[in-house]
Design a protein around this ligand. Structure first.
Ligand code: F6P
Length: 361
């Protein structure tokens, strides 16, 4: 078999572990199988820009990458080749141009490391233009339906749990209600795991619109027991019952959900009902930055190795995934479009309730 020339890119929001995937793919693909590995900068954009932005990935270029946060290739969640938004406001389909660039660069296929949006683009590229693709899923939100876990999630939970631990002591010292807002617009996995890991008293999830009176009851019941502080984890997509994402306390709608608005909304609702002090902390991108925790390093390495195996077996059009702790794959066309949300029968919800965590509904 002649030497393969494979492109690899990272797309969507970054997640700790992206560099570990690049390292694993390069070590095995370039180091062992002697492929030429071409990194495409900033998602698909590096192939569409003039001049093209491509880098050779060699084992030497990947030294120290296992523990490094971000992605050495850069990434973006703008730049859908099927709906390319130009600065002057035009939106055009540049997917044929992208497919032509892949051919011109002599690439035998693309490994696409990204979230649901990026995987959708990859599947469409293959279906529409016959570009051979392999998908590797990532998101800190852990809300991809076809894999039990995505790398980056446990790193985010680690940061968020440490934040909750730190807030705990100052909340107790000042007798305050502390709200910690974590990421998760559609799914509350980070909030749920952080809340359980950090011993929160209340958790507000996007999947369970909350009755604020239940949180108030929890705060007052704790005070009666001499616990004059309360820890609440709020997912950025959490809404009060009857409210909607982007709705202000007064019911006014905003067009974009701003980081911090979920915690702010709940804080204002609480302040109107209790006499104690309420403080909010918005963790934001701190939970996405930095290096991966060991679990994510291992998972990213397993995913990278599996991606190379799929290429070797010619199983184009598949996405790597984790099922019952086995790394396997699923056809990209079967990858669910909808986010995997925390379902009412999620066992961790029952665990949370069992240890007295109020979920607001
Ligand atoms: O999907 C990952 C995620 O971190 C979400 O949890 C969050 O809502 C979003 O990205 C933030 O995106 P951006 O970095 O574009 O503000």
């Amino acid at each position: 078999m002649s030497t393969l020339r494979i492109g690899i890119l990272t797309g969507g929001g970054d997640a700790p572990g992206l560099n570990a995937v690049l390292r694993a793919v390069t070590k095995l693909g370039a180091g062992r199988h002697h492929w030429q590995l071409v990194g495409v900068e900033d998602s698909f954009n590096g192939l569409l820009d003039d001049p093209r932005r491509l880098v050779d990935l060699t084992p030497q270029a990947c030294r120290g990458l296992l523990v490094r946060g971000g992605t050495i290739l850069g990434t973006t969640n703008r730049g859908d080749p099927f709906a390319w938004a130009w600065p002057d406001g035009r939106v055009t389909d540049r997917s044929a141009e992208l497919a032509a660039a892949i051919t011109e660069e002599g690439l035998d296929g693309l490994i696409v490391v990204g979230g649901d949006g990026t995987q959708r683009i990859a599947a469409r590229l293959m279906a529409t233009h016959g570009v051979p693709v392999i998908g590797v899923p990532k998101t800190i939100d852990n809300d991809l339906a076809d894999t039990d876990f995505t790398f980056g999630f446990w790193s985010a939970v680690e940061v968020a749990t440490e934040a909750l631990d730190r807030l705990h002591s100052t909340a107790e010292a000042h007798d305050r209600v502390m709200l910690l807002e974590v990421m998760g617009r559609d799914a509350g996995w980070i909030a749920l795991y952080t809340g359980v890991a950090g011993g929160a008293d209340c958790i507000a999830l996007p999947e369970i619109p909350y009755d604020v009176e239940r949180f108030v009851h929890k705060i007052k019941e704790r005070a009666r027991r001499g616990r004059h502080f309360t820890m609440i984890v709020v997912a950025e997509g959490a809404v009060p019952r009857g409210g909607s994402l982007g709705a202000g306390v007064d019911g006014s709608q905003t067009t974009k959900v701003k980081a911090g608005s979920a915690a702010q909304t709940l804080a204002e609702l609480l302040e109107a009902r209790i006499s104690g002090e309420v403080r909010t902390t918005v963790l934001g991108h701190l939970q996405r930055g930095g290096g991966p925790v060991p679990y994510d390093r291992v998972l990213a390495t397993r995913f990278g190795v599996k991606a190379v195996e799929l290429v070797r077996e010619g199983r184009w059009g598949e996405m790597v995934c984790l099922r019952d702790n086995n790394v396997t794959s699923v056809p990209l066309v079967e990858v669910s479009q909808a986010p995997r949300r925390v379902s009412p029968d999620e066992p961790l919800l029952a665990t949370a309730r069992a240890v007295g965590i109020e979920l607001g509904g």
